[in-house]
Design a protein around this ligand. Structure first.
Ligand SMILES: Nc1ncnc2c1ncn2[C@@H]1O[C@H](COP(=O)(O)OP(=O)(O)OP(=O)(O)O)[C@@H](O)[C@H]1O
Length: 402
């Protein structure tokens, strides 16, 4: 058995919400570690959580924990009772197992009733370690082996590494959002960043068969699955057949408004779905100025169709920054697969970069969108729930739309 110490980080600052946040985090960790259920024991402490894990699963468990928001850092720790002899044995065990040579001891006394001061512990312990392991030297300025001793109420934690984790807040503490997931690079990253602040995310995708291929849809399923590794519990993907509406958009007098109006329709549909599933915000991967349809004027004209707040977490990011995150969350290679999305296929030759509200409304008045949108929401949204590592299609009336 090994002990994995989980530090909560930012959670410790959250006053009254603290216990709720910690309970959510532990629930999310338990969900994530379900496959290891028989081999993990949970031990709660004031500011941290320790998992007792069977040796052979430690590596996999650490990897899983690194996908859970709300965890600040992790350490594999030796636990000792509150006495110098046991602390010494634990320190020696770590030092003997290490190949590193320049060492330093660091002592934190969270329990001030421990009879020795930090300096006393270090002064007494260092010579014992040096005597035991011949080629070790003390290097307090540039150590490659830093052994930390944290004296807590009831026990002592001893460890030599802190593994960085995702930080952020436990998914679920900020409610639920509905993320507009295209097949591109940006929207999975936007979904990930939304989850980082504790918002659970469901996804909606707009397809236009036969113009978009089954492979393009397959890609969206893959992206939802990969992004949702950071989500909590089950999530759903709503797939909306936008083809009828798209056909109607072809009748708009001003072609340059096509993308703007398409986005306005996306928002109207997403708002209705969000309302049914109790999502409190929409999420998009729009980035300011990245393409013609993502100017501030365009964003304003799109916003006015949405009752819900539209979160745009990558709005201020450069493309390189977005790509770096998409590589980190392992969606990049899927996003760049060459299957076209509805937007990229129907981009007008000269999309308007400074659309006006009144023109957008005039364009919409020239077509019969309201009835078609109602029909689309009621009949053309398929619901997929991700359960036991696969997508299962749900009955439509579960959404309560019909
Ligand atoms: N077919 C679609 N289904 C769902 N959402 C979409 C679709 N197309 C676009 N969106 C949403 O609108 C945002 C902007 O789309 P656009 O095609 O302009 O952007 P992008 O910068 O290439 O983003 P992405 O890389 O996410 O496709 C997307 O990030 C996504 O949130």
């Amino acid at each position: 058995m090994k002990n994995i110490l989980i530090r909560y980080g930012e959670l410790t600052l959250k006053g009254n919400n603290r216990s709720h946040f910690i309970a959510k985090l532990i629930q999310n960790i338990k969900f994530k570690l379900k496959p290891f259920k028989e081999n993990v024991v949970y031990i709660k402490d004031n500011n941290s959580l320790t998992l007792e894990v069977a040796d052979e699963y430690v590596e996999e468990v650490v990897k899983e924990l690194q996908t859970v928001f709300g965890i600040y850092s992790l350490s594999i720790v030796e636990k000792s009772a509150l006495n110098f002899e046991e602390i010494t044995q634990a320190v020696l065990k770590i030092a003997r197992n290490s190949l590193k040579k320049r060492f330093k001891l660091e002592v934190t006394r969270k329990d001030k009733t421990f009879p020795m001061s930090s300096t006393e512990i270090k002064q007494k312990l260092a010579p014992i370690v040096l005597r035991d392991i011949g080629d070790l030297i003390v290097d307090v300025h540039n150590p490659d082996l830093k052994i930390e001793i944290v004296i807590k109420k009831g026990h002592v934690d001893i460890f030599d590494t802190r593994v960085e984790a995702l930080k952020g807040l436990p998914v679920g503490v900020s409610g639920k959002g509905l993320s507009l997931l295209s097949g591109g690079i940006d929207s999975p990253v936007a979904s990930f960043l939304t989850m980082k602040r504790g918002m659970q995310v469901d996804f909606i995708h707009f397809m236009t068969p036969p113009h978009t291929s089954p492979e393009a849809l397959e890609k969206v399923f893959k992206l939802a699955e990969k992004t949702a590794r950071f989500n909590h519990q089950q999530f759903k993907l709503y797939v909306c057949d936008f083809a009828m509406l798209l056909q109607e958009l072809q009748h708009m007098p001003d072609e340059s408004y096509k993308i703007t109006i398409m986005r306005r329709m996306f928002m109207r549909i997403a708002n209705q779905v969000a309302h049914k599933i109790n999502a409190k915000a929409l999420v998009t991967g729009e980035s300011l100025g990245q393409v013609a349809s993502q100017t501030i004027d365009s964003i304003n004209v799109i916003n006015s169709t949405s009752e819900l707040t539209i979160l745009r977490p990558v709005l201020t990011y450069d493309k390189e920054e977005i790509i770096a995150i998409s590589k980190f969350i392992d969606t990049y290679e899927t996003s760049i697969l060459p299957f076209d999305d509805v937007c990229s296929m129907f981009v007008p030759k000269q999309p308007v970069t400074k659309p006006k509200h009144w023109v957008a409304e005039q364009q919409e008045q020239a077509i019969m969108w309201e009835e078609i949108l109602k029909y689309t929401v009621e009949n053309l949204v398929d619901i997929y729930v991700f359960k036991d590592k696969k997508f299962i299609k749900e009955e439509k009336d579960k959404l309560g739309i019909k």
